[in-house]
Design a protein around this ligand. Structure first.
Ligand code: GLC
Length: 455
């Protein structure tokens, strides 16, 4: 039953988050050019790491476990009591992320369960009071910064632990008791105004105590069409976003505050767990697709639907070839490690990005003058003017036709080793590349084309 409800809610959520709402109002006075400049590093970075880590990592069966199993605070307490991340080594996380080719990271400072990985003055429900005994956010910030990565925080607008946070259709306590009477009864004594202040206080802590923060991910709003949803007015989103921008003027903020009617109510769209075909619909928009390795964000021991290396590459390439970013999630274990499945996936990404990175970073969709050859996807470096043919279907006989490319390019090489790829005109319009019959050692090899007129 609750599963069904969750599915319905998620469907409503995706409709709301991904449907084109015509934004008209404006909160600030930043021009398009200024926004582009502010977001330049992010647009060029293309690939980031999401990290969902919290008490739910101990339950190891979805970060929504408290909702899914409608657990009370008392029932959930054991995960707090047992939390002891003895293998937590954020320097290792940062090295793994960097090696995989990721340029930024976003860590759940607080997820829906309400537990804070940081040392907040405003709650006792925090890492410093567990066996970890320290501010895990600070260690993450220092470690990732030391690797030259940009730093992001995820902060959940929902809070299933705060005593003033009111009931709604996804609150764990509303999963068994969901009549209107229950709703009223459970809401007695709760005061969202106090909770809003709590959020402002914590966000102020996060944005003042840890130096420059590059990204803030505020999650999420579902007031439209839901019986008891929450959105802009519940969070005090306008005020919250103004506060964020005041505290960290350069920061990049996602679009889940429920401010879709404002052109500047969020910096980027957040298509979640969508397939490559869906991503194509975002071409030309500023977007970051967030994706898991498996079916859950938080560590899920028994979940085995892990995406393959090819699927992960496809998401990365398809995002870039439509002008967007990919943020790929790792759910560390309760001991504080990336498990072997995540590590394997990251290692294979490292192998690919190390060799083929130039076709990802600073890249976007290709100018219309170039057609996509069959069995490939294209990316394009807007600074160098070079074009990248991502060879999804490696031709058995080594012959790859570039339709309409005759006279348009002057050199071709593999990206991974800069070895020349010979080509010849096939007719007045088309070129034919001759690739080695043995496919290079990459799931999706990449050919770099230098167009005429480009250095
Ligand atoms: C959804 C889920 C949440 C996850 C997020 C990532 O909003 O509620 O568990 O953190 O998506 O995009």
């Amino acid at each position: 039953m609750f599963k069904k409800l969750q599915l319905t809610l998620l469907a409503a959520l995706s409709l709301f988050m991904f449907s084109p709402v015509v934004a008209q109002k404006k909160l600030g006075n930043e021009t398009d050019a200024q926004k582009q400049k502010r977001m330049e590093w992010w647009t060029d970075a293309r690939f980031g790491m999401f990290i969902h880590w919290g008490l739910y990592s101990g339950a190891a069966r979805h970060e929504w476990v408290k909702h899914n199993e409608h657990l009370t605070d008392a029932q959930y307490q054991k995960y707090f009591d047992q939390f002891n991340p003895d293998l937590f080594d954020p320097a290792k996380w940062a090295r793994q992320a960097k090696a995989a080719g990721m340029k930024y990271a976003v860590l759940t400072a607080k997820h829906h369960e309400g537990f804070c990985l940081f040392d907040s003055k405003y709650t006792d429900y925090k890492a410093t009071n567990t066996k970890a005994k320290r501010d895990l956010v600070r260690e993450y910030v220092n470690a990732f910064r030391a690797q030259g990565m940009k730093i992001g925080f995820y902060y959940s607008l929902l809070d299933w632990h705060h005593p003033d946070y009111t009931m709604d259709d996804v609150h764990p306590l509303m999963q068994v008791n969901h009549s209107e009477e229950d709703y009223k009864r459970l809401n007695k004594g709760r005061d969202m105004a106090k909770y809003r202040q709590y959020m402002r206080n914590q966000i102020t802590e996060l944005l003042t105590n840890y130096g420059k923060i590059d990204i803030l991910w505020l999650d999420w709003s579902w007031d439209k069409g839901a019986k008891h949803g929450k959105g802009e007015n519940d969070w005090g989103s306008v005020e919250l976003l103004k506060l964020v921008r005041k505290l960290q003027p350069g920061i990049i903020v996602n679009n889940r505050l429920g401010l879709d009617e404002y052109t500047d109510g969020g910096d980027f769209a957040t298509p979640e767990q969508v397939g490559p075909a869906e991503l194509a619909k975002y071409k030309g928009k500023t977007f970051e697709t967030c994706q898991t390795f498996s079916g859950s964000w938080g560590y899920y021991r028994d979940e085995n639907t892990w995406k393959t290396h090819r699927q992960l590459l496809d998401l990365l390439i398809t995002s870039v070839s439509n002008g967007g970013n990919l943020i790929l999630n790792v759910g560390p274990t309760a001991r504080g490690e990336f498990d072997s499945r995540a590590t394997r996936a990251l290692d294979s990404l490292a192998h690919w990005t190390h060799a083929n990175g130039p076709s990802i970073y600073n890249c976007t969709y290709t100018p219309d003058a170039f057609q996509t050859p069959e069995g490939t996807k294209l990316t394009y470096n807007k600074t160098s003017g070079r074009l990248y043919v991502q060879v999804y279907q490696y031709p058995k006989n080594g012959k790859l036709t570039l339709p309409g490319y005759n006279g348009k390019i002057k050199y071709a090489q593999f990206v991974n080793d800069h070895s020349e790829v010979i080509y010849k005109p096939l007719n007045a319009n088309d070129l034919e590349l001759t690739l080695p019959v043995k496919k290079p050692d990459y799931e999706i090899p990449v050919i770099e084309l230098v167009p005429e007129g480009v250095k």
